[in-house]
Design a protein around this ligand. Sequence first.
Ligand SMILES: Cc1cc2nc3c(=O)[nH]c(=O)nc-3n(C[C@H](O)[C@H](O)[C@H](O)COP(=O)(O)O)c2cc1C
Ligand SMILES: [Mn+2]
Length: 521
Amino acid sequence: MKAYEDLREWIAALEKAGELKRISAEVDPVLEITEITDRVSKGAARKYGRPGGPALLFENVRGAAGIPVLINQFGSERRMQMALGVEQLDEVAERIRHLLNMKSPEGFLEKIKMLPTLAEMGKFFPKVVKTGPCKEVIKKKDFSLLDFPVLQCWPQDAGRFITLPCVITRDPKTGKRNVGMYRLQIYDATSAGMHWQRQKVAAEHYREKLRMAAAMGGESSAAVDIMARSGGGARLAEGDRPSGTLDVAVAIGTDPATTFSAIVPAPPEVEEFIIAGFLRQSPVELVKCETVDLEVPATAEIVLEGYVKLDELRTEGPFGDHTGFYLLEDEYPVFHMTCITNRKNPIYATTIVGKPPMEDGWMGKAVERIFLPLMRLTLPEIVDVNLPVEGIFHNLMIVSIRKSYPGHARKVMNGIWALGQAMFTKCIVVVDEDVNVHDIGDVVLKVFNHIDPERDIQFTLGPVDSLDHASRLPNFGSKMGIDATRKWPTEGFTRPWPDEILMDEKTKELVDKKWKDLGME
Ligand SMILES: Cc1cc2nc3c(=O)[nH]c(=O)nc-3n(C[C@H](O)[C@H](O)[C@H](O)COP(=O)(O)O)c2cc1C
Ligand SMILES: [Mn+2]
């Protein structure tokens, strides 16, 4: 398929496929859009009474001066497939597997055969172009964040939050770009809270800049340490402030593959624009920013340019988060704007998070499918993985393995806790390969039959998600693994293990044949 050029092509494709509903009645960006979207995404819209509901384009948003709001664009399995241009998400996994399986060519013929694959790979890399639609309107002064229909999502939210932004930063040491989705809380016309959690890549860019600033300015490492604790309840003492800034650009309303690439838990060193290029099978076109040393997607609807100061943290939150609870306030850096550029008649793209299932649940499921082959690179014994949406992705991972040696399930748990953002997984349940991890009934039956809790549960301590409100400290707490695999004599289990009750094939066939005559249909 041809990649979507921009958000507008994507919206047109959604509309053609009957996946978009335009709403012309006036709605309030404060709470009302959330209530409507939440009902739709949970399947309450009569005509679209299916899980996920349609994408919504609110065309008449109070106080928005005609700027429409797009929401729930990724909010169903079908739309997630469309966004990535596939019939099944496993096709993306298959393409990754194909790439990873590449072996060094032997001989001329094999080299020739590889050329198309290499040419394909050339398409992944972003291309910097002279200009693009996102520069149709450039405002270096008299701009205001308040001009955009930014939502207040939930009653106890601290204010209005930009919830679907691609936040672009550059590693101050290597120059490599990163794109992450980190929400922003609007403080006033030109500043916003920058909610990059401390284990995320942009937070590391910020710390790197702090270390460099401290080394140059002679600030105490204690000051750097305090600042680096942003998102961990830190405040900075007066007179102990490293100076300097880190450039940040925020693109809103990008093509769907680029937006999606900002949430994938890629290895820190992999630039998301390359991932987007891989997903689109066509390069992402970038343009240089006006006031900062960064590049942004050329077709973005809205681009915010600015910086965060190294010596400033401010209270961000509370915010109703995808845990189904409010994430309490904490200290985060402040994004100060230097310029806004946008397309003519821009479209504001956003999402809401809250009690699952919601739009982000479908994005998470896509990540689950696409990352399976990547997990298998490190843990080849993994057969399948399920992150149930109510487990909000970091609370529960069910993983089936091909068990080959004593203690194998524990090795897998420890491997997952060491695997990028999977480190946040609060509970890992490991089952044998005969368990269908997507069938919660099968999982519950087998897991709780098979465990001797005291023997089979393992606790560990380590970093936990910033969203965890139960951990003993912010960002630090315990995790649990359940080894629900069948236990072996070599693991000290010498009692006989019973067979699962299954009818024999002959009897099943017999009954199949007789079923109608039995009057069962
Ligand atoms: C809708 C949505 C909102 C998100 N908001 C945040 C956020 O505010 N802060 C954050 O650190 N991560 C947030 N995330 C998760 C990150 O986008 C995700 O961890 C991503 O992989 C980070 O990229 P990085 O590895 O380049 O840092 C959000 C994800 C989604 C889907
Ligand atoms: Mn990244």
